[in-house]
Design a protein around this ligand. Structure first.
Ligand code: PBG
Length: 321
């Protein structure tokens, strides 16, 4: 046996490739705020912007043209308060964006991130107890109101990223009670307390005012616990599971795929994106190759869907191949 025989030419390598990427598996995260004509660059994420709804429609058009799987919306509200009440505002940026995008591009898949951290003045993913802890059960009702508001606006999938216990069952019941039995839930099921979210917090203006998220997001050291998280979410009615971040958690992606057999998404987060961009910008790595390698690795580990800020760029590379 000579394994090099099948590596000799590009045609041979292409023919025996085990993992193939497809733009249809990419979800592109976008940040929307109120206003018009707004497209502000995010310093720590070259090529990523906060936009108003009119500008977002241009990105949605790009998503349609590139034939990617869909977009994932995050909102930056005008006002924040202790309970994050603008999260379920029917005229908040996410609801307005969903309506506008679905009207312009009914066939484009629109997923909404459901969480409180962009909407609370303290930046935590739920409401606080008088002692300053995140109050799990009091937060569930607020998440439910947010999820129903997104579904009413026309979201195709609801994606809760808060990591409160029992939120999947609670949101499933709330969606069902409001006539949204047909709307799937993509659960950020195994979401780790990760340093790789750094640039996102600038993008979403959601840095916690005090403390960190380690009392609700998972400890990076734990793998068995990820399976307990995902099994619980499956039991409570999750339709798609997610592992986040992706690149440093390929073992978790593989284990979840093997254990559950569920449709599985992985989120290549802001820090993963920005590291590649920054190193490529300095000429230290080949940015395009590193981008494609990072994505194929996530797919090879078992992810069906990849949430990535590279969605459009990577689709352009695939279109040339
Ligand atoms: C909100 C949320 C975060 C991300 C997605 N949803 C940030 C966090 O938990 O602090 C991170 C995404 C990224 O880094 O690209 N809870």
């Amino acid at each position: 046996m000579r394994l090099r025989r099948l590596r000799r030419t590009d045609a041979l390598r292409r023919a025996v490739r085990e993992t193939r990427l497809d733009p249809a598996q990419f979800l592109w995260p976008l940040f929307v705020r109120s206003g018009t004509g707004l497209r502000s660059p995010i310093g720590s994420m070259p090529g990523v912007f906060q936009t108003s709804v009119d500008e977002l429609l241009k990105d949605a058009q790009q998503a349609v043209n590139a034939r990617i799987g869909g977009i994932l919306l995050f909102g930056i509200p005008d006002t924040k308060d202790a309970t994050g009440s603008s999260a379920w505002d029917p005229h908040g940026p996410v609801a307005e964006a969903v309506r506008a995008v679905k009207q312009a591009f009914p066939q484009l898949l629109v997923v909404t991130d459901v969480c409180m951290c962009e909407y609370t003045d303290h930046g935590h993913c739920g409401v606080l107890t008088p002692e300053g802890d995140v109050d799990n059960d009091a937060t569930l009702d607020l998440l439910a109101q947010e999820a129903v508001a997104h579904a009413r606006a026309g979201a195709d999938i609801i994606a809760p990223s808060d990591m409160m216990d029992h939120r999947i069952g609670y949101l499933r019941a709330a969606l069902d009670a409001h006539g949204f039995q047909h709307i799937p839930i993509m659960s950020y099921a195994a979401k780790y307390a990760s340093a790789f979210y750094g640039p996102f917090r600038e993008a979403a203006e959601s840095t916690p005012a005090f403390g960190d998220r380690r009392s609700y997001q998972m400890d990076p050291s734990n793998a068995r616990e990820a399976l307990r998280e995902v099994r619980q979410d499956v039991q409570e009615g999750a339709d798609i599971l997610m592992v986040k971040p992706a690149g440093a958690y390929l073992d978790i992606i593989a284990a979840v795929k093997q254990d559950t057999g569920m449709p599985l998404a992985a989120y290549q987060v802001s820090g993963e994106y920005s590291m590649i961009k920054a190193a490529a910008d300095r000429g230290w790595i080949d940015g395009e190759r590193a981008m494609m390698e990072s994505l194929v690795a996530i797919a090879r580990a078992g992810a069906d869907l990849i949430i990535t800020y590279f969605a459009i760029e990577a689709s352009a590379v695939l279109a040339r191949r």
